[in-house]
Design a protein around this ligand. Structure first.
Ligand SMILES: [Zn+2]
Length: 396
């Protein structure tokens, strides 16, 4: 069996809490051994075992690969003109989703596949080794199924988002569309999906619709996630906690009761994570969620990109870390944890977002001595190497 040693690590982020290492479990002057796609040993460099191959981290920081738990990659076309209009003062309403639905339905499988793979590779070069991918720009049975089928070619974390928006052909008949989503669409989508998600927002789906879809999805064996409280206050966050969703995403407009519900769930066996998507606030020029308030209340927080062509066309987790620190009052350590271990919790995964023996050998080597540089040096390409399942992804 071939083994790979990563040594001369200046700082290792393990996310295994230690007395001296804080929540990131920082260790220094260590080496890490990989076999068969897994971490098998971490220890002082001077005790490192012999290995078939070696990567010299040259004193750089090493951290778990980013876990991007919220992305919409299966689409066609772009909405650069809509972005420009927004930056010239027009508000974001979510209505542009229908523009992408039209382009996606008209695209070939290969066009959609090319976009998914291009964005997946782009994310990987920026350190993302686990990526959730949603459907939601098809909105017919056939188009949702093919979106999920194409997503499943590149990730195990696929999410059925038939309830993204009510498509134009169901205008004024949302109950009929929800009936389709809960019935034939869900049945056809389930073999390709691990999760079900609903855009629970004024102008999209209300609490009754969301509850109906999530309940049927759960009965079909899917895990639950929810777009909630993005554009204004609403019932989404509390509904997600009540139903045991793995994550409620956006959380931009929260009441005290929403924060209390999330904090109450944080001590449960399967907590509901608050996933914050600052790329969306950046790209819609909207107020950011208050991460400090959530963290101080004890809520588990994740960061993700929300990569999509309308409201957050970034695949960069380092960018989100920098935004979280600068704009959402997170410390650099909190932001790095949220982008790695937090994302893993939002996907209920224990094998990623952490570096310890037995974990998947998904890791990032930085061209910088510390994780602090991810926020301290925004916009700088600090990702020198990425290992996915123990396999180096970047040419050095
Ligand atoms: Zn989203």
């Amino acid at each position: 069996m071939s083994s790979l040693l990563v040594d001369d690590i200046g700082e290792l982020v393990t996310n295994v809490p230690t007395p001296g290492g804080g929540p990131l479990g920082l260790r220094r002057d260590v080496a890490l051994l990989v076999e068969a796609g897994r971490v098998v040993w971490i220890g002082p460099t001077r005790y490192a075992p012999a290995a078939d191959r070696r990567i010299d981290a040259e004193g750089g920081a090493v951290l778990p690969g980013f876990v991007d738990s919220h992305a919409h990659l299966v689409f066609a076309g772009d909405r650069a003109a809509e972005f420009a209009a927004r930056m010239a003062g027009e508000p974001y309403t979510g209505g542009g989703i229908r523009t992408t639905v039209g382009a996606t339905r008209a695209a070939s499988d290969d066009d959609l596949r090319d976009t998914v793979r291009r964005l997946r590779d782009e994310a990987m070069r920026q350190g993302t080794t686990t990526m959730e991918i949603k459907s939601g720009y098809g909105l017919t049975v056939a188009d949702e199924v093919r979106s999920l089928r194409i997503a499943a070619e590149v990730t195990a974390e696929t999410t059925f988002l038939g309830a993204h928006v009510v498509p134009a052909e169901y205008a004024g008949r949302p109950d009929d569309y929800v009936g389709l989503v809960c019935g034939p669409m869900l049945t056809a989508a389930t073999p390709y999906a691990r999760w079900v998600d609903v855009f629970c927002e004024r102008g999209a789906f209300d609490a009754d619709h969301a509850r109906a879809i999530l309940t049927v999805g759960q009965a079909a064996g899917l895990g639950l996630r929810l777009h909630a409280n993005q554009l204004g206050p609403g019932p989404g966050v509390r509904l997600g906690v009540e139903l045991g969703a793995a994550s409620v995403d956006h959380c931009t407009h929260l009441s005290d009761a929403d924060v209390d519900a999330l904090a109450g769930s944080a001590t449960a066996d399967d907590p509901t994570v608050a996933t914050l998507l600052p790329g969306a606030e950046f790209s819609t020029r909207s107020p950011y969620p208050d991460a400090r308030r959530l963290l101080d209340a004890g809520v588990t927080v994740a960061l993700a990109t929300d990569c999509n062509p309308g409201s957050s066309y970034t695949s960069s987790m380092p960018f989100c870390v920098a935004l979280a620190v600068r704009e959402m009052r997170m410390t650099p350590a909190e932001a790095v944890w949220a982008a790695t271990a937090g994302g893993a919790r939002a996907l209920r995964r224990t094998d990623v977002g952490v570096l310890r023996p037995g974990a998947r050998a998904d890791l990032v080597i930085l061209d910088a001595p510390s994780h602090l540089h991810l926020a301290y040096r925004p916009g700088v390409p600090l990702i020198r190497q990425v290992l996915h399942n123990g396999v180096p992804q970047c040419r050095l």
